[in-house]
Each structure stands twice: as structure tokens, then as C-alpha cells.
Design a protein around this ligand. Structure first.
Ligand SMILES: [Zn+2]
Length: 234
């Protein structure tokens, strides 16, 4: 029987890590193939343990400025919606106050929320066998210990340093004892596979029926004009 894996993504860590992955390809910027990422991690794990790995769910943890702030969060909301509807992630997005001196606590929201979910599903019978944590932040060590005490296995997803070597011992989770069952997967080793390749093609607008060239791969397509009207309504 295939091992059941749940992927837990620290959105803040992944966002910050992108530049290291880009650098690996010698590129300034490209888009991460978010739909591919969880499957890639499961394939890597399957190769390591020589067993089938089945992806149960991908949970993504992030923050967004609160409605009270004057920030335009449209782009961020669209990104989180894309993760849900196109990539089939389950997102947990926490509203945070910006500018109230609380900024430093953003990552605490994410790590608390992620650790709670990882523990919750670990205690839930048969929810998962392996937790794949996309972050190498040391704050997750206690949660990983607890998950392993419940008999679950853990896979950490980390980054090598800029010069291609592994991070110094003790700086990240990777140097901690009793936190993982397998060698870490280094995202920058898979840079080429993580790069989103967009195809330009003609699609029909769901609203007005006009055809337009787009790289949008989601299920419903709306042309630029209809999208504009929609945003003005908001
Ligand atoms: Zn249209």
C-alpha cells in the first residue's frame, strides 16, 4: 500500500527561498510551478524509500494584510485563490495588521498555524504517514518531535546555501536531531523542474465568448475586458 503524504508549505519561507532557486538557474525571476511542487516532492520521497507515495493533501500557510489596512491585497488574494482552485491546495491565510509594529509576528502566525495542523492530522488516525514540511526553520523542531512520537515520519524540504553546499550544522532544521526520517530534499537541486513553463494559447471567454491569447491555465477563462469590468465592480 502506498504511503500517505501530506505536504505542509510555509508560504513565507517558500517565498523567500525562490531567489535561491532562481539563482541556481542563473535567472533573475521565473514563476514556480506550484501545481507541480507537491507531486515533485512525493516523487522524490518515493525514489528515496523505494515505495509508492500518495499525496493526500497540500496545505499552504500564509498571511495577508487585514481589511483595515490600506494595502491593495487583490494580487495576493488572486494568488491564494489560484493555489486553491488550480493547484488544489488547501490554504490557511491569516489576516495581519501592517504597520502596527506587528510585522515581525507574521511568521509566527504561519509557523503556529502550520505546526497545529501538522499535529492535528498526525493525531487523526490514518490521515497521513509522512509529513513533508516545506521549510527548514528551526522553530518547527518541537512540532516535528511530537509528530514523530505519534509514529509518523517526516521529510524536510530545505535549501542549500548560495555556493551549493549544505547549510552549516545547527543553522536550520537540518542540523537538528530527531526531526527527520529521511535526508532532506533540497529545492535548489530541483530548480529546473520547479520552473513554470507557460504556454500561450487561444481561449474562449466564459462571459462574452470572445477568443483571446493567454497563458492562463485555470479552468475558467475571462478575457481582459471582462476581467476589467469585474474588478471595477469590486
Ligand atoms: Zn469576455
Amino acid at each position: 500500500m502506498a504511503l500517505k503524504a501530506m505536504v505542509f508549505i510555509d508560504g513565507s519561507w517558500l517565498y523567500r527561498s525562490r531567489s535561491a532557486v532562481f539563482a541556481k538557474l542563473g535567472e533573475e525571476n521565473f514563476e514556480v510551478d506550484y501545481a507541480r511542487l507537491p507531486r515533485l516532492l512525493c516523487e522524490e520521497l518515493a525514489n528515496t524509500i523505494d515505495e509508492d507515495v500518495s499525496l493526500v493533501r497540500t496545505m499552504y500557510f500564509g498571511t495577508i494584510p487585514s481589511a483595515r489596512s490600506s494595502f491593495n491585497t487583490g494580487k495576493q488574494r488572486a494568488f491564494y485563490e489560484f493555489l486553491e482552485s488550480v493547484c488544489h491546495y488547501e490554504t490557511k491565510i491569516h489576516e495581519v495588521e501592517i504597520g502596527g509594529g506587528e510585522n515581525l509576528a507574521d511568521d509566527a502566525w504561519i509557523s503556529m498555524s502550520l505546526a497545529s495542523s501538522m499535529m492535528y492530522y498526525a493525531a487523526m488516525p490514518a490521515a497521513y504517514d509522512v509529513a513533508i514540511l516545506v521549510s527548514d526553520n528551526r522553530v518547527y523542531a518541537p512540532a516535528l518531535h511530537a509528530v514523530r512520537l505519534l509514529g509518523k515520519r517526516t521529510q524536510i524540504v530545505s535549501l542549500r546555501t548560495a555556493d551549493g553546499t549544505e547549510p552549516p550544522f545547527g543553522v536550520t532544521l537540518v542540523g537538528k536531531s530527531r526531526v527527520m526520517d529521511f535526508a532532506p530534499i533540497y529545492l535548489d537541486d530541483h530548480a529546473a523542474e520547479l520552473k513554470l513553463v507557460r504556454e500561450l494559447r487561444k481561449r474562449t471567454c466564459k462571459q462574452c465568448g470572445r477568443e483571446e491569447e493567454t497563458t492562463w491555465a485555470g479552468s475558467d477563462f475571462f478575457c481582459s475586458e471582462c476581467r476589467g469590468k469585474h474588478h471595477r465592480r469590486d
